[in-house]
Design a protein around this ligand. Structure first.
Ligand SMILES: NC(=O)c1ccc[n+]([C@@H]2O[C@H](COP(=O)([O-])OP(=O)(O)OC[C@H]3O[C@@H](n4cnc5c(N)ncnc54)[C@H](OP(=O)(O)O)[C@@H]3O)[C@@H](O)[C@H]2O)c1
Length: 206
């Protein structure tokens, strides 16, 4: 197996933290480059942590990469701040994707949201939908979009609401951040080119 290089944004978050751990454990990757606005929260022989100004991502120091993973998202304390939402949920992920494409990434894997829709009346879902559309114009050989509904705050905690969500509503079941991270890192091993949208709440991402 040819070892690959991964580029990750969002490594200090819930989903991104899971991605970081799984990427570092994976024999598929010999180097994992993290772009983050703050200092390293982990050390590992394969980890290269690059403190980055997200307002100037196009100038970021980043190597040639194979696979890029994006788990950026607005922090809970800024959820009602439209500008912060626009940056963390749309502008920075898009700039990160462009950087990854410029560094040769063949695959791009990203968390968006269930019900992402560029025409949604909800600002957050509209941003996610616009982002999904823009990503599809960047020419990645393979683009994987992961659309969780709610993320469980503690892995393994069963969300009582989940029991009410059946049939087509299963995609709105809450899912653990680690399950999303596992789906993302597993998705990077899929050989077929193209765009895949993964929903949750089924036995696996569907
Ligand atoms: N939470 C949910 O229920 C839910 C549901 C559906 C979809 N999603 C989506 O899932 C994704 C991951 O969510 P999560 O809960 O894992 O996120 P999270 O724990 O809040 O982590 C967000 C990550 O984005 C980074 N970030 C935020 N604002 C930034 C900024 N201005 N500049 C640079 N980095 C910034 C954070 O870095 P710092 O550590 O430096 O802040 C952190 O690494 C998001 O796209 C979110 O919209 C979440």
């Amino acid at each position: 197996m040819e070892a690959r290089t991964a580029l990750l944004a969002g490594a200090t978050g819930k989903v991104g933290g899971g991605c970081l751990r799984l990427l570092l454990e994976s024999p598929r990757y010999n180097a994992v480059h993290v772009l983050a606005r703050r200092g390293a929260t982990a050390t590992h022989p394969k980890l290269i942590w690059r403190r980055t100004d997200f307002d100037a991502l196009e100038n970021a120091a980043a190597p040639a990469v194979d696979d890029a993973f994006c788990a950026l998202g607005v922090r809970r304390d800024s959820l009602t701040n439209r500008r912060a939402l626009e940056l963390a949920e749309y502008a920075y992920p898009l700039a990160f994707a462009k950087l990854a494409a410029a560094r040769g990434a063949k695959r791009f894997l990203i968390v968006t949201s269930a019900a992402a829709d560029a025409d949604s009346p909800l600002f957050y879902l509209r941003l996610k939908g616009r982002l999904e559309e823009e990503l599809q114009t960047l020419g990645f050989q393979r683009l994987d979009i992961f659309r969780p509904s709610f993320l469980l705050s503690t892995n393994g905690v069963r969300n009582a609401l989940n029991m009410l969500l059946w049939g087509p509503l299963r995609q709105y079941r809450a899912v653990s951040p680690l399950a999303v991270a596992e789906a993302m890192t597993a998705g990077a091993a899929e050989p077929e080119p193209g765009v895949r949208i993964h929903c949750f709440g089924f036995p696996g991402p569907a």
